[in-house]
Write a protein that binds this ligand. Structure first.
Ligand SMILES: Cc1cc2nc3c(=O)[nH]c(=O)nc-3n(C[C@H](O)[C@H](O)[C@H](O)COP(=O)(O)OP(=O)(O)OC[C@H]3O[C@@H](n4cnc5c(N)ncnc54)[C@H](O)[C@@H]3O)c2cc1C
Length: 470
């Protein structure tokens, strides 16, 4: 990939709206641009199939005031949602974008459900840290692979062109920093130059670029990156070369519960429903309920960089709604034991210490006093058969990125608009602020779907308005 944008002489073809990346952001952008009347929309995707981090995710989108919530008697609204995002982000995220995504998320989930038939349902049986009500919406398998497959199908039905095996390797811009086209490189090394009138960057962040992770997020320098490896920071590098403003580059979403060595995400439901984590000494080491994102670094700071999620069969039954958890069980990552002693033996943990940790947790559930300050209010005692998974911490995706306005248009260092550049999802600065603890569950797909939809509609509108002027 070249980061120096230059103006090429002539293009093989020209398309009004070009989108880089076919994850949730790019495909939502494509659908919205098409709906808004763009004469042609082309999505370039480096992989043989649209997958991205979206396919690795649980596919859960937080949204407030939806009909799915109302059907379960849950009262929620955009202001409450925005307040939750702000509180988790220590008020560091862009206020206008926070309000925007909180306001538009409900309409976006219902757009996908009603216009494209996505069978969403609300995750109603456990709480996510930081959300004051239950507002996570997911597909039946609770997997992002299902989400990206449905988005791809919807785009194909709308006859939107998705060109796979097509890495955008260079941007061409003019002296005003308007993007005039892109260079697309095929796996055989051949290249095409395609012109465009508006460009949407939906190629996620820089988790797959070790040099950028080391530069912006040193604490995750040696952590395993669990997101899509093709997300190599192209949007940030191109944006920078065009004078774009970067925001909150040290922010990231981590996760403190990735089965090790199986590399399968273990849902945080196992913790939030009354489970806990211990280290190899059999001791708890934190208030796990603060959030899974900040827990990545906490787990990595433990001996051997690992921990154990401890829960029971009742909680496992809730976790089984997730495809990932079912897979983890299938490959033997979830250990079962009839007693604490047997659990200690199977996990090779000191029996006496683990038994004492169990006693402390169960006493905290009764008395409300936990030495780590965690509230175990209303959480049931664990009962046999007990369950456990050996886990580690990982970097899931980066949260810093290109500063955008409420139309998802990229801003330059002075806060002015770049002429025709848009960004969404992991390519744009998220609403999570500058540290891992700022990530509220679902901020990733929230900004991918909402800003994706807005960026596509805005790009189509910009192209139309310029055509009218001509
Ligand atoms: C294990 C895991 C679980 C998660 N669970 C959740 C969850 O439940 N809820 C939630 O909100 N978030 C979750 N996230 C975060 C979420 O997956 C991301 O925030 C979201 O998928 C980002 O969407 P995107 O479209 O911006 O990027 P992606 O889905 O990564 O798509 C970007 C696409 O761009 C392509 N690309 C990159 N560079 C180029 C280029 N130069 N040319 C062409 N194509 C290019 C990539 O191949 C990729 O397909 C999770 C993340 C992980 C890793």
């Amino acid at each position: 990939m070249s980061v120096k944008p230059t103006l090429a002489e002539g293009f093989a073809a020209s398309v009004p709206v070009v989108i880089v990346g076919a994850g949730a952001a790019g495909l939502c952008a494509a659908l919205a641009a098409h709906e808004a009347g763009a004469a042609e929309v082309v999505v370039f995707e480096r992989d043989p199939l649209p997958r991205g981090s979206t396919a690795l995710s649980a596919g859960l989108i937080p949204a407030a005031g939806t009909r799915f919530q109302r059907a379960l008697g849950i009262s929620d609204g955009a202001e409450r949602f925005a307040a939750d995002i702000r509180q988790k982000a220590h008020d560091e995220g862009n206020a206008a974008i926070t309000d925007l995504v909180a306001r538009q998320a409900g309409a976006t989930v219902e757009w996908l459900a009603d216009r494209y038939g996505f069978p969403f349902s609300l995750v109603h049986d456990f709480d996510y840290p930081g959300h004051s009500v239950r507002r996570m919406h997911g597909l039946p398998s609770r997997s992002g692979a299902e989400l990206v497959d449905l988005l791809q199908r919807a785009a194909e039905q709308a006859e939107i062109t998705i060109v796979c095996d097509a890495t955008v390797s260079r941007l061409f811009s003019d002296s005003e920093n308007a993007v005039r086209g892109v260079e697309v490189t095929r796996p055989d090394g051949s290249r095409d130059h395609i012109g465009c009138e508006a460009l949407v960057l939906a190629c996620n962040g820089y988790g797959g670029a070790p040099d950028l992770v080391a530069k912006y997020i040193p604490e995750m320098r040696s952590a395993h990156y669990f997101g899509h490896p093709g997300n190599r920071g192209d949007a940030v590098l191109w944006g920078q070369a065009l004078g774009a403003k970067l925001l909150n580059m040290s922010g990231y979403q981590g996760h403190g519960s990735v089965a090790h060595p199986h590399s399968i995400l273990i849902t945080w439901a196992v913790i939030m429903e009354g489970g806990f984590q211990v280290n190899v000494l059999g001791r708890r080491f934190s208030d796990e309920s603060r959030g899974y994102s900040e827990q990545a670094a906490v787990v990595l700071a433990q001996p051997e960089r690992i921990a154990f999620d401890i829960f029971d069969e009742r909680i496992a039954a809730i976790a089984r709604q997730f495809e990932d958890f079912r897979q983890a069980e299938a490959v033997g990552a979830v250990i079962a034991a009839a007693s604490v002693a047997e659990l200690a033996e199977r996990l090779k943990l000191p029996q006496g210490t683990l038994a004492e940790t169990f006693r402390q947790v169960e006493s905290a559930k009764e008395t409300g006093a936990d030495s780590f300050g965690r509230s175990f209010a209303r959480q049931a005692r664990l009962s046999p058969p007990y369950k456990a998974v050996r886990v580690t911490g990982a970097l899931f995706h980066t949260q810093g990125g290109l500063a955008v306005n409420v139309d998802a248009r990229v801003l330059n260092e002075r806060g002015a608009l770049l002429p025709n550049l848009f960004a969404a999802g992991g390519a744009a600065a998220s609403v999570s602020g500058s540290v891992a603890s700022g990530y509220l569950s679902g901020n990733g797909l929230l900004t991918a779907t909402v800003l994706g939809r807005i960026s596509g509609a805005s790009a189509a509108a910009l192209v139309k308005s310029r055509q009218i002027k001509r």
